[in-house]
Design a protein around this ligand. Structure first.
Ligand SMILES: Nc1ncnc2c1ncn2[C@@H]1O[C@H](COP(=O)(O)OP(=O)(O)O)[C@@H](O)[C@H]1O
Ligand SMILES: N[C@@H](CCOP(=O)(O)O)C(=O)O
Length: 302
C-alpha cells in the first residue's frame, strides 16, 4: 500500500535573547516536505530551494533520519521511501532550518503510518535529533514555546504571542552553523551574568504573556551567548542598535545567528528592516530583510 503525505513546517527563532536553549517562536516562513512510503523497494531524496546544493540526498540527510526514527518507533518497515523537500528557510542562518527538516520528516512519517505518535512524543524524538529543544518545539507546536527537560524528557509550555507582534529579521549573506556558534561559548559564566539572565528570561516570558511590549528592550538582553557570538557576526552591536533607533521594541541574535531579529509593531517594521540592512552594509556584510509574523499552528499536513 502506498501512502503520501505533505507537511509544511515553520522556521523558528530560538533563544530570543536570554532564553538560551529554552525559548523559541515559530515564524511565517515555511519549508515543505513530501514523503511517500511504498512497497516498491528504493530510496530517493530530492531537495529544491534554499541551500539545496549543499544538502545530502542520502541516508545522512536529517529529514531521512527523522523518518527512520518514527518508523523504528512505531515498528513499521517500508521498502520504498521517497522524500521531496522544498526549502524557503535560509540555511545555517539562525532560523531553524535543521529543526524544520527534522520536524517535517517526523510529522510526515507519523501521519503516513497512521498518526500513532502524539506531539509530545514527536518533541522527544525531535530533540534527540536536533540536540536542543528550543527550535523543534515551536516548529511542532507553533506560537511561543518555553522548553525544558524533566527527568530526562523534553517538555514544552506553549502560549500565543501578544497581538500584534512583528518579527523583522536581517539575514546576512554568509552562513554560520549552529555547531560552530556553540563552540565559541564558555564552559562557565560569572554568577552575576547568570543572575542577569534569570531576570531577563523571566521578564521575557512575563512581558510576552502580559503583552507588555514596552519591556522587550530589557527582556531581550542577554549575557550567556550573545557577547561571545558577537565576534562571529560583524557589526552585531551596531545592527541591533540601528533596529532600536528605528523603533524596534527590542532586538537579539536569532538562534545561533548570524541573523539578527527585531521585535516590532507592524507600522515600524519596514524602517527597522532597512536600517538593519544598512548597518550590516557599513560593516561590509550584504544582508536582506524578512518581515514575518508569528506562526500559531506549527507543522501541519497540507
Ligand atoms: N531540508 C534539509 N534537509 C536536510 N538537512 C537540512 C535541511 N535544511 C537544513 N539542513 C541541515 O541543517 C544544517 C543547518 O543547521 P544549523 O547549523 O542548525 O542552522 P539553522 O538550523 O539555524 O539553519 C544544514 O547545513 C544542513 O546540514
Ligand atoms: N539554542 C540554540 C539555537 C540554535 O538555533 P538555530 O536556528 O541557529 O539552529 C543555540 O543558540 O545554539
Amino acid at each position: 500500500m502506498e501512502s503520501t503525505v505533505t507537511v509544511r513546517v515553520p522556521g523558528t527563532t530560538a533563544n530570543c535573547g536570554p532564553g538560551f536553549d529554552t525559548v523559541g517562536i515559530a515564524c511565517t516562513i515555511y519549508n515543505d516536505l513530501t514523503l511517500t512510503l511504498s512497497e516498491k523497494p528504493g530510496f530517493t531524496l530530492a531537495v529544491t530551494g534554499e541551500g539545496a546544493d549543499g544538502i545530502p540526498n542520502n541516508e545522512r540527510n536529517i529529514a531521512y533520519q527523522a523518518v527512520s526514527a518514527v518508523l523504528n518507533k512505531v515498528g513499521v518497515t517500508s521498502p520504498g521511501i521517497t522524500i521531496a523537500m522544498h526549502n524557503n528557510i535560509p540555511l545555517a542562518r539562525g532560523l531553524g532550518s535543521s529543526a524544520a527538516a527534522i520536524v517535517g520528516g517526523l510529522v510526515a512519517a507519523n501521519a503516513a503510518t497512521g498518526g500513532k505518535l502524539g506531539k509530545d512524543e514527536l518533541l522527544v524524538l525531535a530533540t534527540a535529533l536536533e540536540g536542543h529543544p528550543d527550535n523543534v518545539a515551536p516548529a511542532i507546536f507553533g506560537g511561543i514555546t518555553v522548553s525544558f527537560t524533566a527527568g530526562g524528557t523534553p517538555e514544552t509550555l506553549r502560549f500565543n504571542p501578544p497581538d500584534p507582534l512583528r518579527l523583522v529579521v536581517a539575514v546576512p549573506d554568509f552562513g554560520l552553523s549552529t555547531k560552530a556558534a556553540r563552540q565559541v561559548l564558555p564552559k562557565t559564566v560569572p554568577y552575576a551574568d547568570a543572575v542577569f539572565n534569570v531576570s531577563r528570561a523571566a521578564l521575557l516570558v512575563g512581558a510576552l504573556c502580559q503583552g507588555r511590549l514596552d519591556l522587550l528592550r530589557f527582556a531581550l538582553e542577554d549575557r550567556l551567548h550573545q557577547p561571545y557570538r558577537a565576534k562571529l557576526i560583524p557589526g552585531m552591536d551596531e545592527v541591533l542598535a540601528a533596529a532600536q533607533a528605528n523603533g524596534a521594541l527590542g532586538a537579539a541574535i536569532s538562534g545561533a545567528g548570524p541573523c539578527l531579529i527585531a521585535f516590532a509593531h507592524r507600522e515600524t517594521s519596514a524602517a527597522i528592516g532597512g536600517a538593519m540592512v544598512a548597518a550590516f552594509a557599513r560593516h561590509g556584510v550584504k544582508a536582506a530583510s524578512l518581515d514575518l509574523d508569528v506562526d500559531n499552528h506549527g507543522a501541519k499536513i497540507i
